[in-house]
Design a protein around this ligand. Structure first.
Ligand code: ARG
Length: 411
């Protein structure tokens, strides 16, 4: 009896070739697992190709809601953004795929799992670490790592073994998609001096084709989770889908960056993440209203730690749980509405309100009427605030008149 292996299967060229290879070259009984995180293309084609490749079974699992509820929204609450730009769509999907691979392996008594991630990327790390954490006894086969072939060789391999691949599957780019965003790498994008050609983008319109008129969208959050658009309560999938469409229409969410991979490489990445960019902006706007200065600042540092942890594939850890507990606790009063204007690739806040807002117009106002801020308190406060600066300047720094002019110059 051949041993069983569960293959993370996208249905495309590479994983179809991988399914065939695992069976013929490695002698496995191959069971495909296709995880729908919201960007599933041609399911019928995927099923057909898995059969043509000789897989024993294929499972298509709709994990969209779990993805948003347990992976994306907690990351949104933490304002997770990698290196100032990337909302981590691909990275957030991997631990869930790892978990589903393990579930399926357990269900059918497989001894191994497989994926087709390149040996130069982060995704292999995230899947391997996830699987190895949840099920250390399972073997992990990285088909591309172990049997690296070019795009052309893969096409020839598929043709030779009767796996039907439409030419369109052979895109010049390496892409990954889910509800939180689309990642594009490789091809001409490898030259960081070249502007991305328009065919890189699929979700967002170029700015010269976006509507002349702006749109205003009102987003409601409850404890840091988005729950309604324009007053209409929506489940996670519908809400994110709608914002992806709306943002894409207005050219929002295009990101072009050089990022630092865990394996040391700097890589040029293009992302399209309309819903993520809009929701991250809205969420932070609501936090400005509902968290104190100390909370916002400390939470920002936690968010960066959280982002690194997600990027580096350490989802299933106590460090993650501990950070998440802190973040959840901060969200108690992050309930309210944010109004945003979307226009030609820009997001501009139009208004915000919260039931437990910390903003007080009676303190902030420059009008005399209703002013609750006692300005006589300011003088003494400022005296004490500047006390050490004052003493230091006179005892240590002011040796010659004019000295302090060059305070920040290097010599
Ligand atoms: N660089 C991004 C990340 O590490 C995106 C990876 C894209 N994956 C892909 N298969 N094209 O999360």
């Amino acid at each position: 009896m051949p041993e069983k292996i569960v293959l993370a299967y996208s249905g495309g060229l590479d994983t179809s070739v991988a399914a065939h290879w695992l069976r013929v070259e490695r002698g496995y009984e191959v069971h495909c697992l296709t995880v729908d995180l919201g960007a599933l293309g041609d399911v019928e084609g995927a099923r057909r190709r898995s059969t043509e490749a000789g897989a024993a079974s294929i499972d298509v699992v709709d994990a969209r809601e779990d993805f948003l509820r347990y992976f994306v929204f907690p990351a949104l609450q933490a304002n997770v953004i990698y290196e100032g730009r990337y909302p981590l769509a691909t990275a957030l999907g991997r631990p869930l795929i790892a978990k589903l691979l393990v579930d399926k392996a357990r269900a059918i008594g497989a001894t191994a799992v497989a994926h087709g991630c390149t040996g130069k990327g982060n995704d292999q790390v995230r899947l391997d670490v996830g699987v190895q954490t949840l099920a250390p006894d399972l073997a992990i086969v990285g088909t591309t790592r172990e049997h690296s072939i070019s795009r052309d060789e893969a096409l020839t391999y598929a043709a030779k073994h009767g796996i039907s691949v439409r030419q369109t599957l052979a895109s010049p780019y390496s892409t990954d998609e889910n509800l939180w965003g689309r990642s594009v790498e490789a091809g001409v994008l490898e030259d960081p001096w070249l502007a991305p050609p328009e065919d890189v983008f699929e979700w967002t319109k170029p700015l010269d084709q976006t509507p002349a008129k702006p749109v205003v969208v009102e987003i409601r959050f409850e404890q840091g989770i988005p729950v309604a658009l324009d007053g209409e309560p929506l489940g996670p999938v519908a809400l994110v889908e709608r914002l992806n469409a709306l943002g894409g229409e207005h050219g929002i969410g295009r990101i072009d960056m050089i990022e630092n991979r865990l394996v040391g490489i700097k890589s040029r990445e293009i992302y399209e993440s309309p819903a993520a960019v809009i929701l991250l902006e809205a969420h932070q706007i609501l936090e400005q209203l509902t968290l104190t200065k100390q909370q916002v600042r400390f939470k920002d540092r936690v968010g960066q730690e959280y982002a690194d942890l997600v990027y580096n594939g350490l989802w299933f850890t106590s460090h993650h749980r501990d950070l998440a507990q802190y973040v959840t606790s901060t969200q108690r009063h992050v309930t309210g509405d944010v109004k945003l204007r979307l226009w030609h690739g820009t997001i501009m806040v139009q208004g915000r309100r919260a039931e437990k807002s910390l903003y007080s117009q009676q303190l902030a106002t420059y009008n005399k009427e209703g002013d609750l801020f006692d300005q006589s308190h300011a003088q003494g406060f400022i005296k004490l605030h500047g006390l050490q600066a004052q003493i230091q300047a006179h005892r240590q720094m002011l040796t010659e008149p004019g000295d302090l002019l060059r305070l920040a110059s290097p010599e």
